[in-house]
Design a binder for this molecule. Structure first.
Ligand code: BGC
Ligand code: BGC
Length: 864
């Protein structure tokens, strides 16, 4: 396609925008990058002296390793023999979805990872044997000296976040928010110890845990990865958890075959971003950054954490991956951290002036190993260049390599056989072992927080007739949350959880044993009227930015769970609500509708722990009392975003530390039912649903002549007749729109407010079109485009992808956001997040457009 043709296309797509959004992109100029740079410069100047760091005011934990001349000599000797290429190889990490053992053999990389969505052979439910075989293959490649390279064992890092949660059959512990409610550091140590054992069985020697974030805004999609909003509570867990994973420094167990290296994350300020936005900007004072967000690092360093992971967020506009004052002056120099700093997933690429494949700045700032997941080769090559031309000083490179080698020597990895031949390699019976599951079950029991128990409804008699309802009742994915087998924790089946009990399984087992009667009916439609109903419901699984919310109202009040409870109540059945969630949410109506309300967080594989506390024993007394206490304050209103213990005007509905026991009066007066917000005001990243634009979006048709019309009715036709739209049924009546092109018209979705999908772009999340292709012309030219204001836009050709889709069938086509960005769109400020143009003769129905990871077909980025 010639330049002028591209320019023409862009201008066609821009046509019809209002005057405010005049697009110079239509002239063919791409100003996106320049404008992005401008914005960043603006942020930096605005920061002025705010964001200054004075290392002398930071704490000084003691690093628990004395100077060790023998170890230093080993490191020095090895370093002296290493080539420049080998040194650079140590400081770049690749992801198993993008690197092979052959690559490691050739490039001598020091480390690999498996990201949340990366698995052997691309199978999310790969067998443990496959994981271990891959670990062996990478290890063998790193130890192969046949090409003249030195044998330096590769280390494999993985998100064993709530147990070795990537592996089918592993014990799944409650996510950190639930562990926070236990207030039990000894239990945490035990959980870490077990996680290390199960991780070693599958061949890895390193986990990206614990997360010691101190989430301050519960809209954040990673709130559940934090133990608490309270820094003291986080600190009380951080050190013991690191010790549980790694063993105690100075003892023979330290980093032996039963332990794994930890990475404390994400340094620093991940839980303090403005509006709880994942990967956003933390505009805190230095004192807040130090006293709140850094609290967990002090005990973690004192416990000898071998790695710290740099965070995606910025501090006053400065990305942490490029933040020398914090990474070097504070963390390493002041806080005595003697391990190495690993980056987060292409986090270096977000530093001003950097790309995923090129970032000298991050190493200069103090990063020791870049997580260049899919960009490792480019990163390796550019880093070599930067060392050769002196941009990265040799001392800095040597320091980074030394830090990594020290860790490898401390873990004795040079003397170890391949992963499968180490003490626990291949001992898959430890995965979900009964004694491990027992600890997880105990953790579930201790994490449950009782918020209401009207007239002492709980504990229930196991001899009763109990209805178990709600879509969380028999749903292991939902009770386990994100970072479970898949990144988002979705897309799994019951078979993927061989060593697990759903909440229903747990209740049924005990009720059956006691001679009661348990019935499962997700929709509440019982066959025999029960004495009581347990309704299990909550959030769907999510991870990272995909879980960010615009307010704290549970599913905008539209989940259907309230109606389910009300219906049961109307039948005269008392209701116990068990709420599964990654954070406290506003759901006063549901709390009012229920007689008893239990916050169960994301309990993981041991649904039986819920039954242990909800049901009486044979003697009619509680088997286990409620022990859980809120580690996050519960909101009084759906817009009470800052709601943290210790803050001024603290006014939660349920305070930090609250949690009833069976000895307490559990009666609760009716709560006000006004959420204080318009739940429909923000629909997140769904732009078009059931054939209609979502709130905040406008649907516009632009004719081949450039005349635009905003569409309000289900049927419309451009004035020049080149594009016609009609309503068709799909799932619901008029649930889709059929578009027929007789000329080059454009369908556009305009955002009332510019949309920021930069995080989704970085995370490789696509725009997904739910569509049905009815007819295509012989030359099926079609384009998806996005516009971002004056001089800013990009497009992707999807003609070939459309041609491959089945005719007349509904399917979901994904268009990578990163292709739009490569094409010139600044995805941080999209004004027209979606436009679709097609050649005459195209007939296509569209039901939905959203940013999502669920799709059937993927369009490829056009080669430049
Ligand atoms: C997350 C980290 C995680 C890494 C590897 C990143 O996107 O922020 O917490 O360890 O991916 O999966
Ligand atoms: C990976 C995650 C990572 C994310 C980046 C995904 O593809 O699997 O581990 O955290 O991208 O945000």
């Amino acid at each position: 396609m010639s330049t002028s043709r591209t320019a023409l296309h862009v201008s066609r797509l821009c046509a019809g925008l209002t005057a405010v959004l005049v697009l110079a992109a239509c002239s063919g100029e791409r100003a996106g990058d320049a404008m992005a740079a401008d914005t960043q410069a603006g942020q930096a100047t605005a920061a002025s002296d705010a964001g200054m760091i004075d290392p002398a005011s930071w704490p000084q934990p003691a690093w628990p390793f004395a100077d060790d001349p023998a170890l230093e000599k080993k490191v020095d000797d090895l370093l002296a023999t290493m080539t420049l290429e080998e040194k650079v190889g140590q400081i770049v990490q690749g992801d198993i979805a993008s690197i092979t053992p052959e690559d490691v053999r050739k490039y001598r990389l020091g480390s690999i990872l498996a990201g949340g969505g990366s698995d052997p052979g691309g199978k999310y439910n790969a067998r443990p044997e496959e994981w271990l075989a891959l670990a062996d293959a990478f290890w063998e490649a790193s130890m192969d000296t046949s090409g003249g390279g030195k044998a330096i064992p590769v280390i494999w890092g993985i998100d064993a976040m709530h147990g070795q949660s990537n592996i089918v059959g592993a014990t799944l512990f409650p996510h950190n928010i639930g562990l926070g409610a236990t207030r039990n550091p000894d239990l945490l140590r035990e959980i870490a110890r077990i996680t290390a054992i199960e991780t070693r069985a599958t061949g890895m020697e390193w986990t990206f845990a614990p997360t010691v974030a101190v989430p301050q805004d519960d809209r954040w999609g990673r709130a559940y990865e934090g133990y608490s909003e309270d820094p003291e509570l986080v600190a009380s867990f951080a050190g013991v958890f690191v010790e549980g994973l790694q063993g105690k420094p100075g003892t023979p167990e330290f980093l032996d075959d039963h332990h794994v290296m930890s990475s404390v994350k994400h340094f620093l300020g991940d839980g303090g971003t403005a509006n709880g936005k994942d990967q956003g900007d933390t505009v805190a004072t230095q004192a807040q950054l130090r006293d709140i967000h850094a609290a967990g690092y002090v005990p973690a360093i004192a416990a000898g954490a071998q790695a710290v992971m740099a965070s995606f967020n910025s501090f006053h506009g400065e990305k942490m991956h490029g933040h020398k004052p914090l990474l070097t002056d504070v963390l390493k120099d002041r806080m005595n951290f003697g391990g190495f700093v690993v980056g987060d997933w292409n986090g270096h690429g977000q530093v001003r002036g950097c790309t995923n494949t090129d970032c000298a700045q991050t190493y200069i700032a103090g990063l020791d190993m870049a997580m260049a997941s899919d960009s490792w080769k480019g990163m390796y090559e550019s880093t070599l260049r930067h060392v050769r031309d002196g941009t990265i000083p040799m001392e800095r490179l040597d320091d980074a390599v030394r830090r990594i080698l020290r860790v490898k020597f401390r873990a004795n990895l040079f003397d170890k056989p391949k992963p499968s031949e180490r003490a626990l390699g291949g001992k898959f019976e430890v995965l979900g072992a009964p004694e491990h599951r027992e600890v997880a079950r105990r953790a579930v029991r201790e994490s449950l927080v009782l918020l209401k128990n009207q007239d002492g409804l709980l504990p229930l008699s196991p001899k009763a007739t109990v209805l178990v309802a709600g879509d969380g009742a028999d749903n292991l994915a939902k009770q386990s949350g994100g970072w479970t087998l898949t990144w988002q924790g979705d897309g799994t089946t019951r078979e993927d959880f061989p060593n697990a009990d759903s909440i229903w399984d747990g209740l049924k087992a005990q009720i059956d044993a006691a001679g009661g009667r348990a019935e499962l009916a997700v929709d509440g439609k019982y066959t025999r009227k029960p004495d009581v109903a347990v309704v299990v419901f909550g959030e769907e699984p999510y991870a990272e930015f995909q879980g960010d919310l615009s307010n704290l109202m549970f599913k905008s009040g539209k989940s259907g769970d309230l109606e389910l409870m009300q219906k049961l109540k109307a039948d005269g059945i008392p209701v116990v609500a068990v709420f599964l969630s990654g954070r406290p949410l506003w759901l006063n109506r549901e709390i009012n509708a229920a007689d008893a309300f239990v916050a169960a967080w994301l309990p993981g594989s041991e649904g039986g722990g819920v039954a242990d506390v909800l049901l009486q024993g044979a003697d009619g007394r509680p088997q286990h009392d409620f022990k859980g206490k809120l580690s996050f304050s519960w909101p009084r209103r759906a817009n009470q975003y800052e709601n943290n213990v210790g803050q001024q005007n603290y006014d939660p509905l349920f305070a930090f530390g609250h949690g009833l026991t069976y000895a307490d009066n559990g009666n609760l007066a009716a709560l006000p039912e006004d959420p204080g917000i318009d739940p429909d005001a923000d629909t997140g990243n769904t732009w078009f649903v059931r054939g209609a634009p979502t709130t905040g979006m406008t649907l516009r048709l632009v004719g081949a002549d450039g005349a635009a019309m905003d569409v309000v009715h289900p049927a419309a036709k451009t004035a020049d007749g080149t594009l016609e739209m009609s309503a068709i049924n799909h799932q619901v009546q008029e649930g889709a729109r059929l578009f027929a092109w007789t000329g080059e018209g454009v369908v556009q979705l305009l955002a009332n407010q510019p949309l920021d999908v930069s995080r989704e772009t970085n995370g490789d999340v696509p725009v997904v079109l739910e569509l049905r292709v009815d007819a295509l012309p012989a030359d099926p030219a079609a384009f998806v485009a996005a516009q971002c204001g004056e001089g800013c836009g990009g497009e992707v050709a999807i003609g070939p992808a459309l041609a491959r889709l089945p005719r007349g069938e509904w399917t979901r086509l994904a268009v990578p956001l990163k292709c739009l960005r490569t094409g010139g769109a600044d995805t941080a400020r999209l004004q027209v997040p979606f436009a679709l143009r097609a050649a005459p003769g195209t007939r296509l129905a569209l039901a939905g457009v959203s940013v999502s990871t669920a799709f059937d077909h993927l369009a490829e980025c056009p080669a430049n």
